[in-house]
Design a protein around this ligand. Structure first.
Ligand SMILES: *Cc1c(COP(=O)(O)O)cnc(C)c1O
Length: 396
């Protein structure tokens, strides 16, 4: 007798697995099998977590910080987050406005859940980070994509935002510096965009995960500091993963107006409770042992900046490839549309024929591009781009 299981839920059936993790997993499997793969697909720093952060976590673990903690985070960490926003941006928040969550990804999801009801629309700028559409759908809301391609430097204009707004729009997502493009909005550009959001009474989710990975002497803009009215409707997400090479620690932060922060804390209290207690002490050390942290960050930034310029100049030497010099994060987003291949096919053939792992632009809602991460060695960048050039030449 055959047993027909009941169908899975619509949530389970409709969620798409992360395509960036999928490419990275295939490349890693090939490497594990002894193949010489040049990996540009990773979404994390290739550095190790600085020692003083690890040491603080180990000390906390050994001293028994192994029990439940308050859901929104241990008090000293929330206090340190308040202080860092004040020092870096002049943003005056209180401890009650801070929620520490298991990874910035979850902070983003809770931000959507706290502001959107089923059927509400969310403006998602494309190229987008792959998790935004899925987390919007998992809240029962509807993503509305607005594509800004290389002609506007992958940055939305206020007119593009205005055109996408309907009476159902509730939330605007912003992500500067951007994953996948590395694009950084200027303060003026953000002012013009948030003015549209204010006019239509939208919430803003500002994902500032890459705020510290920024080059050419630029300063990041904390969207919530663009005015009191903006602050009153902005959820600021940041974290430790990218800035301090702590992706596996799973610690992210939200700063939001008090009622939203409370709602986010309550949602989290029923879903995951607190972030691993002793891990939070490592994060605390990242914020309080400022000199050591600044020194470690400077080493990473110097390497990222050098690789960014190397990758950019090598890519633009390849006939048919054009690439903007992005000013943040650790990604470049070259255009490969001139080869007349779908970017999915381009990437799977590139991996098979030349053993180079890259993520297709279509995974981020922008067909005709690649996302290349330069969180890898100079040697891999040089070798990988040589192979990419060979592959491109074979397509002509
Ligand atoms: C990596 C990333 C995050 C979340 O990182 P966590 O590891 O969950 O802290 C959020 N937004 C963007 C754009 C990212 O690239």
């Amino acid at each position: 007798m055959s047993i027909t299981p009941a169908p899975l839920s619509s949530w389970a059936r409709n969620v798409s697995p992360s395509p960036t993790l999928a490419v990275d997993a295939k490349a890693k499997a090939m490497m594990a099998a002894g193949e010489d793969v040049c990996g540009f697909a990773a979404g994390e720093p290739d550095f190790d977590t600085p020692d003083h952060i690890k040491d603080a976590c180990i000390a906390a673990l050994k001293s028994g910080k192994t029990k439940y903690a308050p859901t929104p985070g241990i008090e000293p960490l929330r206090q340190a987050i308040v202080e860092r926003y004040a020092a870096e941006y002049g943003l005056k928040a209180t401890v009650g406005q801070v929620v520490v969550s298991p990874g910035g990804k979850f902070n983003c999801y809770l931000g959507v859940l706290a502001t959107c009801s089923p059927g509400d629309e969310v403006i998602v700028p494309a190229p987008y980070w792959v998790s935004y559409p899925e987390m919007v759908k998992l809240a029962g809301a509807v993503p509305k994509y607005v594509l800004a391609d290389d002609r506007t430097g992958f940055r939305l204009t206020p007119e593009m935002v205005e055109a996408a707004i309907t009476p159902k729009t509730r939330l605007l997502i912003l992500n500067s510096p951007s994953n996948p493009t590395g694009a950084v909005y200027s303060r003026q550009e953000l002012e013009a965009i948030v003015a549209v959001a204010l006019k239509h009474n939208l919430y803003i989710l500002s994902d500032e995960m890459y705020e510290h990975l920024i080059y050419d002497g630029l300063k990041p803009t904390c969207v919530a500091t663009l005015g009191k009215e903006v602050e009153a409707r902005t959820i600021t997400v940041a974290g430790f993963s990218k800035t301090y090479a702590m992706t596996g620690w799973r610690i992210g932060t939200t700063v939001a107006p008090l009622p939203i922060a409370k709602a986010i804390g309550e949602l989290q209290s029923q879903m995951t409770s607190n972030v691993t207690t002793f891990a939070q002490f490592g994060a605390l050390a990242a914020l309080t042992q400022k000199e050591k942290t600044a020194a470690a960050l400077q080493i990473m930034l110097t390497a990222f900046d050098r690789r960014r310029k190397l990758l950019h100049s090598e890519l633009n030497k390849i006939p048919g490839v054009s690439c903007l010099l992005a000013q943040g994060a650790f990604y470049l987003f070259p255009k490969i549309a001139s080869f007349g291949l779908k970017d999915m096919d381009f990437c799977s053939r590139l991996l098979e024929e030349q053993k180079v792992a890259a993520v297709p632009g279509s995974a981020f809602g922008a067909e005709g591009y690649l996302r290349l991460s330069y969180a890898t060695s100079d040697a891999v960048i040089t070798k990988g781009v040589e192979r990419l050039a060979k592959f491109c030449a074979s397509l002509k």
